[in-house]
Ligand binder design. Sequence first.
Ligand SMILES: NC(=O)c1ccc[n+]([C@@H]2O[C@H](COP(=O)([O-])OP(=O)(O)OC[C@H]3O[C@@H](n4cnc5c(N)ncnc54)[C@H](O)[C@@H]3O)[C@@H](O)[C@H]2O)c1
Ligand SMILES: N[C@@H](CCC=O)C(=O)O
Length: 514
Amino acid sequence: MVTPYKAEPATDFTVESNKQAFQQALKQVKEQFGGDYPLIIGGEEVMTDDKTTVINPANKEQVLGNVSKSKPEHIEQAFEAGEAAFESWSTWSAKERADLLLRIAAIIRRRKHEFSALMVYEAGKPWNEADGDTNEAIDFIEYYARSWMDLADGKPTMDREGESNKYFYQPMGVGVTISPWNFPFAIMAGTTIAPVVAGNSVLLKPSSDTPIIAYKFMEVLKEAGLPDGVVNFVPGSSRDIGDYMVEHHKNHFITFTGSKSVGLHITEIAAKVKEGQHFLRRTISEMGGKDTIIVDKDADIEVAAESIVHSAFGFSGQKCSACSRAVVHEDVHDEVLARSIELAKELTVGDTTENTYMGPVVNQKQFDRIKDYIETGKKEGKLEFGGETDDSTGFFIHPTIFSDLDPEAVIMQEEIFGPVVGFTKVKDFDEALEVANNTEYGLTGAVITNTREHWHLACRKFDVGNLYLNRGCTAAVVGYHPFGGFKLSGTDQKTGSPDYLLNFVNQKVVSEMF
Ligand SMILES: NC(=O)c1ccc[n+]([C@@H]2O[C@H](COP(=O)([O-])OP(=O)(O)OC[C@H]3O[C@@H](n4cnc5c(N)ncnc54)[C@H](O)[C@@H]3O)[C@@H](O)[C@H]2O)c1
Ligand SMILES: N[C@@H](CCC=O)C(=O)O
């Protein structure tokens, strides 16, 4: 019997035994540092000379490991392995594939702290964020297992006198998963497992900042009994293999999550039919955000400030859903700003092995970009709080709040992907909605109000894929809040939704005349 889906509970680190278990996991993970990691193609481990050195962003000197880099010849081999594996994997019954996913989820659950501890080092995640990432990986796997069983027999269609009709789903073939570093487990595992449970095979290219957690996931897949070649692990430089794998004539689909610029590039080149390609490739591009919290004049000030601060500074603002714009009614603007500054002062920043609220940002490039945006912000508005940066040992940026910003200011328009939030003042709710919608993105948003009519208006007019009332704009939960954005935030295929797996199947209709 398969129990109904429910989301994995968060670990309470105020409980001493949980805290100690996590400290033990941090120690255990550290003992493995410095190792070399291979590619995995058709179940074979392939060690290459050229490797990515993975470091701890909180401590640049600490090398976590060296991960082999794929070259085009490895991508060729991986497509061949994927095609070969597809032949039999696609014939497994829905229940057989779903059961295997449940086993994968169970293995991860048993080793939960080990994966979360690795993300503390590899992505600089605070404990609760790392725990949330692992839980979300489990959720995606559990949810898609059930989702595929629901779709197994297709959907009803009508019969006529003397005619029987069937409408069902078939897997497509080999495809590509390209994942980001900011949810290095949840998004990587979710966007790999979704096509896999539907019967496809995959080439998995994780981010070069966080390939080790993806390698660990491969270990779980093997332990669970996933046949060789169903998932092929091909980390590497996007310059060497990115376009090559996207455009490959055997590539049936791409599930990409990452920045707008890369997503648009992939969408464009993926559309072209290559020689030897006898199908149209499907592309899912889930990209960036410039997410707004609107605060109405009758809002609860505490709820507003807490929502802004936690959505802006959780995981140092490195979430596509992070709040980077607070659009506040003039009657309460100063009060909300003052309370947000007070709350931001309480946040700790540092090495996340010590369980600080905020850790480092992920790498030097991001550090430099965010620092540049802070300098731009100083010219465009008033620096109210923060602005300190320090990359002497790791890439640390303190929570930063600007006010007096024109909605058209650069820091109110471009995705910063760091702990920076800008405040702007509006005279009424209509203007608030206008400002909220004046970006090219449309991912998440929140409204803090006690006026029901304003919430109804926002539901119709606030142009985002995920909208929340009287809470922050981050932390969607698989199955409860299907996730994906409008406009240039992406193709809006909604991960963690009952429809997501339909992206990875052909829909077949069979009509029999009696
Ligand atoms: N909408 C969502 O659900 C969602 C979720 C998480 C992150 N994001 C977005 O992701 C971004 C942060 O992640 P990032 O810095 O890893 O993004 P990124 O676009 O730099 O990289 C994402 C992935 O694409 C790969 N890549 C880069 N160029 C490529 C190419 N030419 N061909 C193939 N692959 C290529 C990278 O190596 C990485 O694996 C932010 O913009 C964030 O908003 C969006
Ligand atoms: N799904 C996550 C964001 C993923 C992107 O970074 C959230 O809802 O906060």
